[in-house]
Design a protein around this ligand. Structure first.
Ligand code: SAH
Length: 480
């Protein structure tokens, strides 16, 4: 077996450490050493301005001139970070003779210790090393961990440190302590810390310590917006929750690319009223949420776009609140924002539109309930959800209340997905064009002066389809 590096976390508080070199790389090492409380000496003929400022305020000591071996007197650790290989080598050799651990930046051969890539969450540190073999890989891994590990882990580590004595006293037996700890992590405490409710989190922790017997894991529900389909539009928080979920109740519209990012062994349940085969009513969804949460499971209720925009998220929360189920809400990118972005249609524009309205027109009663006079005003943008089947009434009402017949529209089908299509035209021909092109759900209508910009600003997928005078459709690229 080839020897590997021995990982260790060193306590350098008030301990002298020598950094040879004064450039940007040295400055980064100095900053990390200062953060660990080390007493840093920097050896270099001349300090760069940042380091000079530290020397002026006595946070570091400057050893001026060329490297001399007495600089190593009384130090615990050495870093060579000059851009001169010969100097780095002589520092490494002098340090090794004195049995000091030395790191030569970017030179595993000369180094007797390596500085890992680090992910930090409060007192918690995760150090990654490839043993000098592939620093890029370690860095990449660090980036991945950064996205996956919640910031609240730091608060959790701090809380546990504060209660450490009490926890040990109450649970002297290691295996009991472990079981208690597992339950704690599966319970509401981490979630409360994330929600900045640290007093409540601490109270619950203390309570579970007092009542060890009854402690029973409580489930929770996260109402998560999955965005329009492109998995790149998920939030970090959504991704983390999908990684931890025991059960995922998702709408039919959620893209498979998004579902592929979730924990593999989670239970996936497709719900949603639009689904033809499984007609899951809203009440049934409520029941399922309650059932799973009561069984102590971490439930993610995953909805297309944002849960609070035509997503019935409010109803689900009211139900959860009434049944005392802990919940949180993660916003998602709603279809109007996503479709606008992916079609190159700015929803507002200094010259064309000063306001945006999100509305739905999916059945006669919702259409009749709208304030058409207000909706027909110029210089505003309408983003119409679920409207594909109701375009005739939409046009009739808008024209009747004074919106110009040549108001531009962009109809975006499957926005942000590989199969995205955009059809542009004017209000007077909206239903005909949608029909001619067999637009299907999900599609979002953007109506207003800004919609015309799609022809110039589009960037995603095929160019928008436009109609010429005799209603023949062709792509904008063909027309140009
Ligand atoms: N909560 C969702 C909306 C649910 S209503 C959100 O915030 O986006 C469903 C309607 O949203 C669809 O009929 C369609 O109008 C729109 N929609 C959702 N995803 C879409 C997509 N990828 N492209 C176009 N429209 C979409």
């Amino acid at each position: 077996m080839t020897a590997r590096l021995f990982p260790l976390f060193a306590d350098l508080r008030d301990r002298p450490v020598l950094v040879v070199g004064g450039g940007a790389v040295a400055a980064r090492k100095v900053a990390a050493l200062l953060a660990a409380g080390a007493s840093v000496r920097v050896g270099v003929p001349e300090l760069e301005p940042g380091l000079q400022a530290l020397a002026d305020s006595r946070q570091i000591v400057h050893r001026a001139g060329r490297f001399q071996s007495w600089w190593l007197d009384s130090v615990w650790l050495v870093v060579a970070a000059t851009d001169d290989a010969a100097v780095n080598r002589s520092v490494a050799e002098a340090a090794t003779i004195r049995r000091l651990l030395v790191n030569v930046v970017d030179d595993a051969e000369l180094s007797s210790f390596q500085v890992p890539a680090v992910v930090e969450r409060g007192p918690l540190q995760i150090a990654i090393s490839s043993g000098g073999a592939a620093p890029m890989l370690a860095r990449r891994l660090r980036e991945q961990l950064e996205t996956q590990l919640d910031e609240s882990l730091g608060a959790l580590a701090t809380l546990l440190a504060r209660q450490r004595e009490r926890i040990r006293a109450r649970l002297p037996n290691l295996s009991m302590r472990r079981r208690w700890f597992d339950r704690l992590l599966d319970g509401p405490v981490p979630g409360l810390l994330r929600q900045q409710q640290s007093a409540k989190a601490e109270a619950i922790l203390l309570d579970t310590l007092e009542n060890i017997r009854e402690a029973k894991s409580t489930g929770s529900v996260a109402l998560v917006g999955a965005g329009p389909g492109d998995p790149g539009l998920l939030t970090l928080r959504a991704l983390r929750l999908l990684n931890q979920a025991d059960v995922i109740l998702h709408d039919r519209l959620i893209s498979k690319e998004v579902l592929a990012l979730a924990r593999r062994d989670a239970e996936f349940i497709e719900v949603g009223k639009e689904s033809g085969n499984h007609h899951t009513t809203q009440n049934r969804i409520h029941e399922l949420l309650l059932e799973f949460a009561r069984a102590g499971r971490r439930v993610v209720r995953l909805k297309g776009g944002d849960s609070f925009v035509f997503g019935r998220g409010g109803e689900e929360l009211e139900f959860l609140r009434a049944h005392d189920v802990p919940y949180e809400v993660v916003p998602g990118i709603t279809a109007a924002l996503a479709c606008a972005a992916y079609a190159g249609v700015p929803l507002t524009h200094r010259e064309h539109a000063q306001s945006v309205r999100l509305l739905t027109a999916h059945c006669q009663s919702s259409i009749d309930g709208l304030d058409w006079r207000a909706l027909a005003q110029e210089r505003q943008t309408l983003a119409v959800y679920m409207g594909v089947a109701e375009l005739e009434q939409l046009r009739a009402n808008l024209l009747k209340h004074g919106r110009a017949a040549d108001t531009p529209f962009a109809l975006i089908e499957n926005g942000s997905r590989p199969e995205q299509r955009v059809i542009v035209g004017t209000l007077d021909r909206l239903p005909e064009l949608a029909r001619r092109h067999s637009v299907i759900s999900p599609a979002l209508l953007i109506l207003g002066e800004v919609a015309a910009l799609a022809e110039r600003l589009h960037w995603f997928g095929p160019a928008p389809l436009v109609a010429d005078a005799d209603h023949a459709l062709h792509t904008f690229a063909d027309a140009a």
